[in-house]
Design a protein around this ligand. Structure first.
Ligand SMILES: Nc1nc2c(ncn2[C@@H]2O[C@H](COP(=O)(O)OP(=O)(O)OP(=O)(O)O)[C@@H](O)[C@H]2O)c(=O)[nH]1
Ligand SMILES: [Mg+2]
Length: 274
């Protein structure tokens, strides 16, 4: 699986990098997930996306719409998939990223580096607004991150916001995946031995809760334990992260290929009619 990811190239020349958008409640483990994927790919501890050790309580730590590139072996060489990590979704309307902003991100209207204004969504005509986004600017896979230990505690407001984003992504035919983080905190047996994840009733229950709350089928939910205090790679943690990542990249790649195929087909049909 690792080799497959290391050798991966997008199936179309139109998109050099697959764009994966992470969203979810504050402190769900979005930034840690990017760090963890980096750790798995590099084979050692990394801290590129900056997880916050006090996150989860107050305001979101991530304020900018920032693209994270993952370094490959050689200098200046990066993987052909990137992550955008956005501010956590907040219950309070005056805090956290707005659903309207996420919808614009999905469609590719928001430039990298945009700083969210929690009380005002980005407007057309502004410097950071892309008026005519092409396929490369759009999001190619939406990843919802939910904390396995706190799913029941997430407010209805935040769940409703997440469902709204999901529906928008569905309308745009963008593939979607749920990452259920914090499995070590959700089940003591799993904390002791990560391999118990496949038989843990507690984890299954939590996954069912994710599925029910967001309306996503069970086969699109990936439980993971992020690297947060471990300094050396752990094969069991790596495997779960790799399983999720392989599917995310495959879904994103299928999406861009389908979009290019549909666009070409449309052009051909138009020429035939003319
Ligand atoms: N035990 C455990 N802790 C985790 C896991 N994933 C993340 N954490 C910790 O949870 C806290 C929040 O993680 P972040 O990655 O900063 O969360 P975030 O979703 O990026 O938060 P915002 O950017 O503020 O919205 C950090 O202290 C992480 O170290 C996990 O799988 N298990
Ligand atoms: Mg973050």
């Amino acid at each position: 699986m690792l080799r497959k990811l290391k050798d991966f190239q997008p199936g179309t020349a139109e998109v050099r990098e697959l764009k994966i958008l992470l969203h979810g409640p504050i402190g769900a483990g979005k930034s840690s997930l990017i760090n963890s994927i980096n750790t798995v790919l590099q084979g050692h501890n990394t801290s590129g996306a900056l997880a916050d050790s006090s996150a989860g309580e107050s305001q979101s730590f991530t304020l900018k719409f920032k693209t994270h590139r993952l370094k490959k072996d050689g200098p200046g060489s990066f993987y052909p998939f990137v992550f955008t990590d956005i501010m956590g979704l907040e219950e309070d309307k005056s805090m956290g990223v707005q659903t309207k902003d996420i919808n614009k991100i999905l469609k590719g209207h928001v430039k990298d580096g945009y700083t969210f204004n929690p009380v005002k969504p980005i407007e057309k005509g502004k410097e950071m607004y892309i008026s005519n986004p092409s396929l490369k600017d759009k999001v190619h896979c939406l990843v919802s991150v939910l904390p396995g230990d706190r799913i029941s505690l997430i407010s209805d407001d935040v769940i409703q916001k997440m469902r709204a984003v999901r529906l928008k992504a569905r309308d745009l035919e963008i593939p979607q995946v749920i990452i259920m983080s914090m499995v070590d905190k959700a089940c003591p047996l799993v904390k002791e031995n990560l391999r118990k994840i496949y038989t843990s009733k507690k984890i299954k229950e939590k996954m069912e809760e994710c599925s029910h709350k967001l309306g996503v089928p069970m086969n699109c939910i990936f439980p993971v334990q992020n690297y947060h205090e471990q300094v050396t790679n752990n094969t069991d943690m790596d495997l779960l992260i790799l399983m999720a990542m392989t599917d995310i990249v495959r879904f994103a790649n299928d999406y861009v290929e389908d979009q290019v195929y549909s666009a070409n087909k449309y052009d051909e049909d138009k020429v035939c009619k003319e």
